[in-house]
Write a protein that binds this ligand. Structure first.
Ligand SMILES: Nc1ncnc2c1ncn2[C@@H]1O[C@H](COP(=O)(O)OP(=O)(O)OP(=O)(O)O)[C@@H](O)[C@H]1O
Length: 446
């Protein structure tokens, strides 16, 4: 049995009493540090850190930031609840649990129990990697600590009806996170509608979002529901929200503030019963600074921020996901192609700029290239190819060639869909439709 380590740094009598009532040392290797030395204690990378944060300071925040908020540690902050913006930021960045007095001892006890069980699982999972060994949370697969932190944040925020902003590089799984959040919320039985804001046309965008009545504009022969109405009672997922046309940002902000909207051409006011989840792979601070995205809309959307970690920071999940995707492929094709240790090592050593989408695609391509066992030669990594050439064996179906051209250009353009569409001479909308088709073709099951 693995014994997880816990760093405890509390000094208030109530917190000391609370923790001593839990008899932590029966299951955990406990290290106590005086209040002012908790930062030193973190340098030993404990599995869990229980910290009193009544006087959380700028220095404390900077220390955490310098160490990337200690992704291997699960944090529990205890405080008397005085407002502290820096602490709020740290809670988000560390995906920490923050308990304010009066604290229910059973809540802490249950949480530690959960941490303990997870530490046993992950300890085993790091030795044996088979497809079924990857933990699954909703539509997401992954057993790394960073993913488990994400699962906990998703679980926490799912039950509230606040807007959520999901940030992360292209292909990390932001849409899957949004869908998982929806499925874990009370709106799960109602629709989940995903909208690619980059594909909304300037002219028709209002009608796409809010609908229109018959005759609202030339060509409006019939009334049509917009996404807000289609998603009624459920969730509206605004993907690539920074690409939304300026005028629509203003309209969206108004709906978020008033809760009401009107279809184009109508005076009727409808109530917007949707939860908004937005996502972007852009640096939002830059988008706001460049004037591409409205700051007031950003604050409105980012009531809760979820950061999806890049694949390269997920350790053994890389090989776990590779085997997972291979298993799906074998299942679809009714074959049983294995993968060599060396090929797995090659996948694990790569830094995956295109994240999970790129990994999934590399497995698909290797699957086509290999007659039986997938070996290192079949794993063609985008950055190791001549960037101007596609590497397609003769006789590959045209649809596959098209897919390869699209995905490799997208990777070369670091996920920028507008530039990719321009280079391929197709519309952004067509690009979105095609990507959606590829993503759907192997959607993990719930
Ligand atoms: N944790 C995961 N487990 C299984 N499949 C995943 C996971 N994360 C991503 N994928 C797969 O990777 C592909 C890309 O995922 P998704 O579209 O959610 O990423 P994204 O971050 O929204 O991408 P983009 O920034 O380009 O919109 C999809 O095929 C998805 O099913």
């Amino acid at each position: 049995m693995y014994t997880p380590s816990v760093l405890i740094s509390v000094s208030s009598e109530s917190f000391v009493n609370l923790l001593s009532s839990l008899s932590l040392d029966k299951k955990f290797a406990v290290k106590q540090r005086p209040k002012l030395q908790w930062l030193n204690g973190l340098s030993e990378n404990p599995d869990i850190a229980i910290i009193e944060t009544n006087q959380f300071s700028q220095d404390d925040y900077e220390f955490l930031a310098e160490h990337k908020f200690f992704p291997d540690t699960d944090f529990i902050f205890l405080s008397e609840g005085m407002p502290n913006e820096l602490l709020d930021k740290a809670v988000l960045k560390c995906a920490a649990y923050h308990y304010r007095t009066p604290i229910e001892v059973t809540h802490i006890d249950e949480l530690l129990e959960e941490f303990f069980d997870e530490s046993q699982l992950s300890h085993v999972a790091s030795h044996v990697v088979k497809s079924s060994n990857l933990d699954q949370f909703g539509l997401l697969y992954g057993s790394s600590r960073v993913m488990k932190k994400l699962y906990r944040s998703v679980r926490k925020v799912a039950t509230f009806d606040t807007s959520v902003l999901i940030v992360g590089e292209s292909g990390v799984g932001k849409e899957l996170v949004a869908h998982t959040l929806h499925n874990a919320s009370e709106r799960a039985e109602k629709p989940f509608i995903a909208v690619n804001c980059g594909a909304l046309s300037q002219e028709l965008a209002s009608s796409d979002l809010f609908g229109h009545i018959k005759g609202a504009f030339t060509g409006a022969h019939h009334a049509r529901d917009g996404y807000f109405t289609q998603a009624k009672g459920g969730t509206l997922f605004l993907d690539e929200v920074t690409e939304m046309p300026e005028e629509l940002q203003v309209q969206l902000l108004r709906v978020l503030e008033t809760g009401d909207y009107s279809p184009v051409g109508s005076n009727k006011v409808l109530h917007a019963d949707v939860r908004i989840i937005a996502a972007t792979n852009r640096d939002l601070a830059d988008a706001v600074a460049d004037g591409i995205f409205r700051e007031d809309l950003y604050f409105r959307l980012a009531q809760f921020l979820l950061h999806v970690p890049p694949l390269r920071s997920r350790g053994d999940d890389i090989q776990g996901l590779a085997i997972h995707f291979l298993a799906y492929k074998n299942n679809d094709e009714n074959l049983n192609k294995p993968i060599s240790e060396a090929a797995i090592a090659k996948l694990s050593d790569y830094h995956w700029p295109g994240n999970v989408r790129e990994l999934k695609y590399s497995i698909e391509r290797a699957y086509i290239l290999a007659t039986d066992m997938i070996d290192t030669d079949h794993i063609v990594l985008t950055e190791q190819q001549n960037q101007d050439n596609l590497n397609v064996p003769v006789g590959v179906p045209l649809a596959q060639v098209e897919k390869q051209a699209i995905l490799e250009t997208l990777e070369q353009q670091q996920g920028n869909k507008s530039d990719t569409a321009r280079l391929l001479d197709i519309s952004v909308k067509t690009l979105y439709n095609k990507l959606e088709k590829y993503d759907d073709s192997e959607k993990p099951q719930e």
